[in-house]
Write a protein of this length. Structure first.
Length: 223
């Protein structure tokens, strides 16, 4: 299968990010992947015939450069996923301001910068899909999770605001709450490949029935 579409995934590790890259490539999309150290993605890029790029998503100039390079190399993205995040488990009483700010910048500011750049490019191209990876902490701030929850709460707000503004203009914005731990899928965790399938289905939805938010959890997860 082959399409003329390009997917850009920002925040690619060995779990969900890699599963997303493989699923999109299987569907025929040309896949661009971004991480702070693109060299970590060389093997995966070779496997799926994709491209890997260096990008610190919290830096506006690097985000702008990333989108320009991807568009020039393989085409403007019609699907963009923000999958980056940072979590430092710590009591709020012991959390340093610099630690808090770093987690917020990666968890929320980066999502805003990537989402904005994707939207600007997609509007010029006539539409697209922007997906944000959330977590249980997007909905509930638990003890010891302040560094994660604040960024994820903010990212959810970014997704909602973007969806309401950009949906009427042809851009599908959705937020995916990963309500549980990602793992093998056989031990009460969410299997990355199963999650990736939902991301792909979101991109395939017709405009008359778009999902803005969806939560995913294993059958054994309490909620």
């Amino acid at each position: 299968m082959s399409t003329n579409e390009t997917a850009l995934i920002v925040g690619v590790g060995p779990g969900l990010g890699a599963a997303l890259a493989r699923r999109f490539a299987k569907a025929g999309l040309t896949v661009a992947m971004a991480a702070r150290e693109a060299s970590r993605l060389t093997a995966l890029a070779d496997e799926i015939s994709g491209r890997a790029y260096d990008c610190d998503a919290t830096q506006e100039d690097q985000v702008e450069t990333l989108f320009k390079r991807v568009a020039a190399d393989i085409g403007a993205p019609t699907l963009a996923v923000y999958n980056a995040g940072a979590y430092l488990p710590k009591s709020v009483l012991e959390t340093e301001p610099a630690e808090f700010e770093r987690c917020w910048r990666i968890g929320c500011l980066g999502g805003f910068l990537i989402g904005r750049a994707a939207a600007q490019m997609m509007l010029a191209e006539g539409g697209g899909t922007i997906l944000f990876t959330g977590a249980t902490a997007s909905l509930r701030g638990s003890a010891g999770f302040v560094n994660l929850a604040v960024g994820k709460f903010g990212l959810r707000a970014v997704a909602q605001s973007m969806a309401r503004e950009l949906g009427p203009r042809g851009i599908h914005v959705a937020h995916i709450v990963i309500d549980g731990q990602i793992g093998s899928g056989e031990d009460g965790t969410l299997k990355p490949e199963a999650i990736a399938e939902t991301y792909w289905q979101l991109h395939q939805q017709p405009p008359s029935a778009w999902t803005q938010e969806i939560d995913l959890r294993p059958a054994t997860e309490k909620f």
